[in-house]
Design a protein around this ligand. Structure first.
Ligand SMILES: Nc1ncnc2c1ncn2[C@@H]1O[C@H](COP(=O)(O)OP(=O)(O)O)[C@@H](O)[C@H]1O
Ligand SMILES: [Mg+2]
Length: 436
């Protein structure tokens, strides 16, 4: 990509230039032109793609002084800026990252670059990855590295997570891990993982590891278990930074059903590859621009709190390079160890309150279905108020298999037997509780 800087004569507005983008791109025989104001230099930049796409190797950036001098274990080599310098940033300070872009635009390649950046600095006792890959295509190469983590299993069994329900359970459990760490840090009177770990160095105690959660295709999870996934992501995004847990979510469908307001509000750092529409660009970056990118790693990175994104060419890693790094790590025979979440914490913290909130509407909804012998979004809306709440209830009913939508139909099928059984059971339980 080449940037031409235009100095505008007094009185000429930038809109005049952006208004003739199509003419410029026609004249230069190239698509994907972007007009950007550069206030520092008081010029207007016109970014024009080079005809031969230059590949930016990850290795070069990993060997750069900027990467080497960065102390954070979560230093990321994202790519190169338009002036050709390496762009290095720190996941710990983001502290979570949202990635979007059309199919084939470079999301998965960027995820490999992120994982390898971290593997370059961090031992498995320092950083662990919880990898969620519903498409089962990208992550399998990492399954044997000792950094793999799943709080639901013991270390030896930890693997890439692929099923939506398995993912929901693991995220839920990670919320417990977070709560457990908060308790532990409070006991040591420290506020965050950095202070905790330096205290452990002084006292000879055991340090905590960072956890990086990566979801490649969030949409695939949200279709199945939206509410649960969203609840856990929200809690983690709001509180997990201090205890060293960071999230990276990627999706090709940045629609508002997937990147909900709740998720967006908690993910200030955004990375967008080429999107198929202006609307998608707005959802992910809150501005236009991503629809003009070229694909293949051409990206806009919006660091938290900044108004304007940086245009970068994403670092490229081939599968072969990734495999080399992985076999090097596996050759080092690191032990794969971590403590499972204690049963104590699991019982005390976390999801009882959420579970209650979640099922608060369930019983009245089931009674309603039983009474009216039908179910619809409108019926729920009329009885519970709010379409968001109605949608939630529908999704709970569906995940719990009270209602199903047979393939090829658009009508809910209701399992009355199951509903009856459930209502009777809860009634019995409630009575039992009162008596004892
Ligand atoms: N940073 C990059 N540099 C060069 N080529 C890239 C880059 N990122 C992606 N590509 C090309 O685009 C293809 C698709 O990228 P991928 O990351 O799998 O897309 P996505 O996950 O968004 O569907 C890759 O196989 C590669 O050929
Ligand atoms: Mg992909």
């Amino acid at each position: 990509m080449t940037r031409y800087d235009l100095v505008l004569s007094p009185g000429i507005r930038i809109q005049t230039v952006s208004g003739i983008i199509d003419n410029i791109s026609l004249a230069m025989r190239t698509a994907s032109i972007r007009v950007v104001p550069i206030p520092e230099k008081a010029v207007v930049g016109i970014e024009v793609p080079n005809s031969s796409g230059l590949i930016v190797g990850l290795k070069g950036i990993l060997e750069s002084a900027a990467f080497e001098n960065s102390k954070s274990l979560l230093t990321l080599a994202l790519g190169k800026t338009t002036d050709g310098s390496g762009y290095v940033t720190d996941l710990a300070s983001m502290p979570h990252l949202l990635i979007a872009g059309a199919t084939g635009s470079g999301k998965s390649v960027s995820i490999h670059a992120i994982i390898l950046s971290i593997l370059y600095k961090a031992r498995p006792d320092e950083v662990k990855f919880m990898l969620i890959d519903p498409k089962r295509v990208e992550m399998p190469i990492y399954r044997d590295i000792p950094h793999i983590y799943n709080p639901c299993t013991c270390a030896a069994d930890a693997d890439i997570i692929t099923g939506p329900r398995e993912a929901a359970a693991a995220l839920k459990k990670l919320v417990n891990v977070m709560d457990e760490r908060y308790t532990k840090f409070a006991k040591e009177m420290v506020r965050n993982i950095e202070s905790y770990n330096s205290k452990m160095v002084e006292t000879g105690g055991e340090k905590e590891f960072y956890v990086v959660v990566i979801i490649d295709e969030l949409a695939d999870l949200m279709i199945v278990v939206q509410k649960e996934i969203e609840d856990s992501i929200q809690r983690l995004a709001q509180m997990a930074r201090a205890v060293g847990i960071h999230l990276i979510l990627a999706t090709q469908r940045p629609s508002v059903n997937v990147i909900t307001g709740i998720i967006k509000a908690n993910f200030p750092a955004r990375l967008s590859f080429q999107t198929t529409s202006k609307i998608d660009s707005r959802v992910i970056l809150d501005m236009l621009g991503a629809e003009c990118l070229m694909g293949k790693g051409d990206m806009l990175f919006l660091p938290p709190g900044e108004a304007r994104p940086a245009r970068l060419q994403g670092a490229y890693v081939s599968l072969k390079e990734a495999e080399k790094v992985i076999s090097f790590i596996n050759g080092q025979n690191f032990p794969r160890l971590y403590e499972p979440v204690s049963a104590e914490v699991e019982r005390n913290v976390g999801f009882n309150a959420d579970e209650e909130k979640r099922t608060r509407d369930l019983i009245p909804a089931l009674k309603l279905i039983n009474e009216r012998k039908r179910i619809s979004q409108d019926l729920l809306k009329a009885n519970f108020g709010g379409s968001a709440r109605a949608t939630n209830i529908l999704s709970i009913l569906e995940t719990e298999d009270f209602i199903t939508k047979p393939e090829g139909t658009n009508k809910w099928q209701i399992d009355y037997d199951k509903i009856k059984q459930y209502l009777e059971e809860t009634e019995r339980k409630a009575c039992g509780e009162k008596q004892s």
